[in-house]
Each structure stands twice: as structure tokens, then as C-alpha cells.
Design a protein around this ligand. Structure first.
Ligand code: ME8
Length: 656
């Protein structure tokens, strides 16, 4: 008998930092949700996460604390595992790069690549910051100084091993072009091809003599393996590749999905595939680069001090609510804004009002009218059949969107059913039906339909919200395990007669104002909403000469443009040079834009921006800039964000 189809999904391995923030939890929650979904669908799933423990930063931090690097990371990893437990991130394996199984495998991989000539010894030339013990390339320097501490750097060189990335460049371009699903979303694929691969790859320095906390090169003990080469291989070393028992590797490799944040797509789609190919191994089927959770427009990050602690959130609101928010709030692949207001608003609207009320109202009515026993339906009306049809379609829609990693859309599909159930209650007014004998007959059908739809909703939310479904099943009196599984997702699978139980409110309503003021007074708030437009009569104070007429405004041609390429401008830490596409008949434009401090070039490629298209061309640092892209910035230019259009518009569209 053939075994089950396998599904192997991974998160990046996290740097051990004192506290992982809600941005880290985002990636793990997504991977866990996907793994649970596939398991629910009958796949033999394997979900890997772990920690990336080597390198200079850890070495230094451990030294500051007066402990060994191993003791330092052990303590942090304990905390990370606790966090995943709290968030119901139910991994199959947790790999640590300091695990002996990993270290041994990395050594074997390094040796194999060396012996076959893909790794060779050379000299690393670059700039060295002594206080930071860090090497930088010319491009990484900030105004000629160390980008980390700002102190002067020295030109230096050290003996190092190099990996022949350049040899595989053409193969990789071809592979990416012939495997369009390999890098997702598509914009990331263009970015990799245009920004990194087509301009040419340089061989990569893959060893250091100055860093001791790393995997030693076993045939040259002065060297430790470069952290990214060490880290990337975790996806196969965890499965036992090169070990005495490679059975997991044979079963699960190639991975179905590597989920990674957008800033590390480059490592996963350039260095990693080349390592695998050089080893003669298959490539993962897909690398998906998700967006960032941002706070006030800036990526949440420990070093910026703008982090939100998932432990605090889960303890306060429950992990299911947090998981739901993370998966529902932003389309996977795009950046999303975190704010307490948004979280609490969604908890009240979607969880307390829509889902919670639906369950409590329905169970209360079954209790009141039928002694708590789910009644058998009698005859279905057209209205009933419409709701039943929606309930039967929803699992297919959810599957479709989950398979495309569109978590938010899949949840919207489920909440459409929840919403229709609530509307069905309002239309059928069960409290009126309960008053007459005839009405009570009809009420049987109405309440059965509601109970059965709620059961189906509970099955569908399991991957995102692992705890809530059990509470719903208990309230509905569902005791048969089969009725909690995916194959039971067809209307009518649940027999009547279940004994309902009034339970605790699933999601209590929160007084948002009070919560924000009392409980999280220091909480980072969403950027203030623009002041509401004042009535015309009150606006007249504005001096007339500041106003422009509509004809004057019409002279400014604003158009949607797509960024094709983006690169830094040599000698300037402010400017990026962009090429933009407008309509099919417009020539490409070059624009120099002062946004380099806020955007990395790779984050712009593929995005739509708003261009002042009829601005007189100007020369900036030798670049003829043909227009200006619009940005919003705060008064002291500390924050800046691109202006774009809310939905995908055709390139070149006019903004009026
Ligand atoms: O990059 N929003 O580790 P890491 C969304 N060790 N995701 C975020 C985020 C945010 N605000 N902040 C971080 C590393 N992440 C390497 C990986 S893999 C072989 C080595 C995500 O701890 C980030 O995008 O810095 C990345 O995918 C993950 O957390 C781990 O980040």
C-alpha cells in the first residue's frame, strides 16, 4: 500500500536573542498553521524549526556576560522553546546549529565541496573594524567607516576558503526561469534575477579565522565555517543527511516550502540552491518570502527597540486570538502594520461578536427550546439550502487559498460562513419561532443548520486556532472524533441528538479604550489617523493664496509606475537609482530618489509607486532623473514611506 503523501515545511532558524518578538512569531505561526492544515488534509507532515547559534555576535555577548557561548545560547533556546509552546507552534524537530548532529554534517558537507573543487583556499580582502571584529566590503561601509559603530576601519586581508558561486550562476538563472514556483511571491523572483543573478555572482567567502564560535573546518582547524553556509544546511542536517540514519531525509527531502522573511530570500534562493546543486541534491520546491510586521511603518526589530512581546500578548489574550490576528490581518507576502487597536478591534469584531456570539446564541437557543439536545431537521427552505451550499463550498475555497499560502483569504472564507449564519439567525428570528407550536417545528431545522455550520467552522479553524475548536465541540455536544476531522466537512455529517452544554464565553468583549489606557499605556500606537475633514465653512480660514485651482492641479501628471530595478548610487548614502515602467507604450524612466536610508534596493523591485511624471528632468549625482516618486514623511524626516496605490493597478495608470 503506498504511504501518505509527504509535506515538509520549515521556518528559518532564529538567531538566539533574549526575546523573540511578535514578528518572529509571525513566521512560526504561519508555518505551524500550514503544517496543521496539511496534517488535517491527510498528509504525512514534517515541520522543522530551530536556532542559528554561531557567529561573532553570540561570541561577544557571551563574553560580556562572562559565560561560554554554549551556556549563553542554551538559556535563550529554552526561552524560545517555551514561547513556541505557549503559541502552540507544534514542530516535529528543533534543530540547533550547535547540535553535534548538525556540526558533524556541516563538516562533511564542507569537506565534500572542498574535495570536489567547489570550495578553494584564497585571501579575503576587505575592511576590518577592530572594535567590532567585523569584516566589511567597500559597499557596506557607511561614509567610509564601520556601519555598526561608525569608527574608522582598516584595509585588511586574511586567508579564507571560497565557494564557487560564480560557476553556477547561469545554471541558477535557467533553473529559476524554468521553475516559476520556486521563488514566491513572483516579485521576489524578479528581484533575485535582476538585482543579484544577472549582474553576476562573486565567489563567496565561506570561512573565517577570526571567529572561534562556529563549526570548525575539520581539515584546517584555524578556520570556522561561515555562518550562512552552516545555517542553511540545517534543513537537511536535521533530516539526517550524511548521518547513519538518513531515513527522514529520504522520506521528506526536497522540502515543500521554506518560509522565510523577505530580507533572507536572497540567501535561500541563491546560496542555498547552489550548495544543494553542487552536492547533487534536489532543490526545495518553493521558497516563500513573507512580509514584515511593522510598527509605525518601521520593521519591528530588537535593535530599534520597537518590539511587541508575544508572551505578554498570549498570556493576556490567549494564543488563539493572537494567531488569528497574525494570520488574518495582512496578506501573506506583504508587510502589515501591528497595532494594539487593530488587534483588539479584530478580537472584538471577528472573535467576540461574529464567532463567539454565534456559538453562544445558538447553544442557548438549543438549551432553551429543546432541553439542550440538537434537534433533527425537518424540511429545508430555499434560504436554508443557500446557507447549506455555502457551508459545503467553504472547505474547497479554504483549501485553495491555504495551498497558495493565502492565510488571510482562507480565514475570510470561513468568516463569510460565520457572517451568513449570523444573518440567518436575524432573518429567521428563532426567538419568535419559539413562541408557537408551528414555529417550534421550523425551529428544529433552523437550529440543526446552525449547529452543523458551527461544527464545520470549528473544523475549518483548527489549523489557525488549535484551542478554540475543542471548546466549540464541547458546547455542541460533538463527541465523535470523526466529526472533528477534515473528511467530515460536508453538511449533514453530524447526526442530531448531541447534548449541548453552555460553556464559558469563547472570547469576552474588550473595552478597547479602557484596555489601551489602563493595561498598555506605553503600547506603541498605530500612526494617528489623519484629522477628519472639517465642514467647508470652518475650513475657510486657510489663506486663499495657498490654494490652487483644479486646473493648476490637473497640470501635475501623477501616474502609477512599477519599479523594475533599484540600486544604490555610488558615493551617496541617500540616493537610489530606479528604473520604472509606465504604460506599454511609454519608454522606461530612470529616477534618482532620496530613499536609500529607508528602503533596501531589493525591497523595491516589483512594487508600484506614484510618479510625478511630468516633472522637468534634473541631474542628480550624474543621473538624469526623469520624474519624482512620492513618499510620506514625518516632520523631521525620521520616518518615510512610499506612496502607492491600494490595489494592483495597471502600470502607467493616471491618478486623478
Ligand atoms: O534571519 N516581521 O534569523 P532572525 C516578520 N538566522 N518577520 C520577521 C520580523 C518582523 N518584524 N522580524 C524577523 C535569521 N522576522 C537567520 C535565518 S535561516 C537558514 C537563517 C523573521 O532571527 C525574519 O524575516 O533574524 C526571518 O525570516 C525570521 O524572523 C528569523 O529571523
Amino acid at each position: 500500500m503506498p504511504g501518505k503523501e509527504t509535506f515538509y515545511i520549515t521556518t528559518p532558524i532564529y538567531y538566539p536573542s533574549d526575546n523573540l518578538h511578535i514578528g518572529h512569531a509571525y513566521c512560526s505561526t504561519a508555518a505551524d498553521t500550514m503544517a496543521r492544515f496539511k496534517k488535517q488534509q491527510g498528509f504525512d507532515t514534517y515541520f522543522l524549526t530551530g536556532t542559528d547559534e554561531h557567529g561573532q555576535k553570540i561570541e561577544r555577548k557571551a563574553m560580556e556576560k562572562g559565560v561560554t557561548p554554549q551556556a549563553y545560547v542554551d538559556e535563550i533556546v529554552r526561552g524560545i522553546k517555551e514561547l513556541w509552546k505557549l503559541m502552540d507552534v507544534d514542530y516535529d524537530d528543533f534543530i540547533r546549529t550547535s547540535d553535534e548532529r548538525h556540526v558533524k554534517a556541516v563538516q562533511k558537507i564542507f569537506r565534500k565541496l572542498y574535495e570536489q573543487g567547489d570550495i578553494y583556499k584564497g585571501t579575503y580582502e576587505g575592511w576590518y573594524c577592530t572594535p567590532c571584529e567585523s569584516f566589511f566590503t567597500e559597499l557596506q561601509l557607511k561614509d567610509g567607516c564601520c556601519p555598526d559603530c561608525g569608527r574608522p576601519v582598516e584595509k585588511t586581508n586574511e586567508e579564507a576558503y571560497f565557494f564557487r558561486l560564480s560557476k553556477y550562476q547561469d545554471w541558477l538563472i535557467d533553473y529559476i526561469q524554468t521553475h516559476p514556483d520556486f521563488i514566491q511571491p513572483k516579485s521576489r523572483q524578479n528581484e533575485m534575477l535582476n538585482n543579484f543573478l544577472r549582474p553576476g555572482l562573486q565567489d563567496l567567502c565561506v570561512s573565517r579565522t577570526s571567529i572561534k564560535w562556529g563549526v570548525p573546518v575539520d581539515f584546517d582547524s584555524a578556520h570556522t565555517v561561515y555562518v550562512w553556509l552552516d545555517a542553511l544546511t540545517n534543513y537537511i542536517t536535521a533530516l539526517g543527511y550524511t548521518s547513519d540514519d538518513p531515513s527522514l531525509y529520504e522520506k521528506y527531502w526536497p522540502a515543500d516550502i521554506h518560509l522565510v522573511g523577505k530580507e533572507i530570500v536572497r540567501f535561500h534562493t541563491i546560496i542555498w540552491p547552489i550548495i544543494l546543486h553542487a552536492l547533487g541534491l534536489e532543490l526545495p520546491k518553493q521558497v516563500f518570502g513573507h512580509g514584515w510586521l511593522v510598527l509605525s511603518g518601521v520593521k519591528m526589530s530588537k535593535s530599534l527597540g520597537n518590539v511587541v512581546d508575544p508572551v505578554v500578548l498570549c498570556n493576556r489574550y490567549g494564543s488563539d486570538a493572537i494567531r488569528y490576528f497574525l494570520m488574518r490581518e495582512m496578506p501573506f507576502g506583504s508587510d502589515g502594520q501591528f497595532s494594539y487597536e487593530a488587534l483588539l478591534t479584530r478580537m472584538n469584531a471577528d472573535l467576540a461578536n461574529d464567532l463567539g456570539n454565534l456559538v453562544s446564541r445558538t447553544v442557548a437557543m438549543v438549551q432553551k427550546s429543546f432541553d439542550g439536545v440538537v434537534p433533527a431537521p425537518l424540511e429545508y427552505t430555499d434560504g436554508d439550502r443557500a446557507l447549506i451550499a455555502l457551508a459545503n463550498q467553504t472547505p474547497d475555497l479554504v483549501s485553495l487559498h491555504m495551498d497558495g499560502l493565502q492565510f488571510s483569504t482562507a480565514l475570510q472564507d470561513i468568516w463569510k460562513l460565520v457572517g451568513e449564519c449570523n444573518r440567518y439567525i436575524d432573518q429567521n428570528t428563532p426567538w419568535v419561532l419559539a413562541r408557537s407550536e408551528e414555529g417550534r417545528e421550523r425551529l428544529r431545522t433552523v437550529l440543526y443548520i446552525l449547529c452543523e455550520c458551527i461544527r464545520m467552522v470549528a473544523v475549518l479553524i483548527q489549523p489557525t486556532m488549535p484551542r478554540t475548536p475543542a471548546r466549540i465541540f464541547e458546547q455542541l455536544g460533538v463527541t465523535d472524533e470523526n466529526l472533528t476531522q477534515w473528511p467530515s466537512l460536508h453538511f449533514g455529517a453530524m447526526p442530531a441528538g448531541g447534548k449541548t452544554q453552555k460553556g464559558e464565553t469563547l472570547f469576552p468583549r474588550i473595552d478597547i479604550k479602557k484596555e489601551l489606557a489602563d493595561i498598555v499605556p506605553d503600547a506603541p500606537k498605530a500612526p494617528p489617523k489623519p484629522a477628519e475633514a472639517k465642514p467647508a465653512a470652518l475650513k475657510a480660514e486657510k489663506p486663499a493664496e495657498e490654494c490652487i485651482s483644479i486646473d493648476e492641479f490637473d497640470r501635475v501628471k501623477l501616474r502609477v509606475a512599477r519599479v523594475l530595478t533599484a540600486e544604490r548610487v555610488e558615493g551617496s548614502d541617500k540616493l537610489l537609482k530606479l528604473t520604472l515602467r509606465l504604460g506599454p507604450n511609454d519608454p522606461e524612466r530612470t529616477v534618482a530618489s532620496g530613499i536609500a536610508k529607508f528602503y533596501a534596493p531589493q525591497d523595491l523591485v516589483g512594487r508600484q509607486v506614484v510618479l510625478v511624471a511630468n516633472l522637468k528632468p534634473a541631474k542628480l549625482r550624474g543621473i538624469r532623473s526623469e520624474g519624482m516618486i512620492l513618499c510620506a514623511s514625518d516632520a523631521d524626516d525620521q520616518r518615510l514611506t512610499l506612496v502607492t496605490v491600494a490595489g494592483d493597478m495597471e502600470d502607467g495608470a493616471y491618478i486623478r
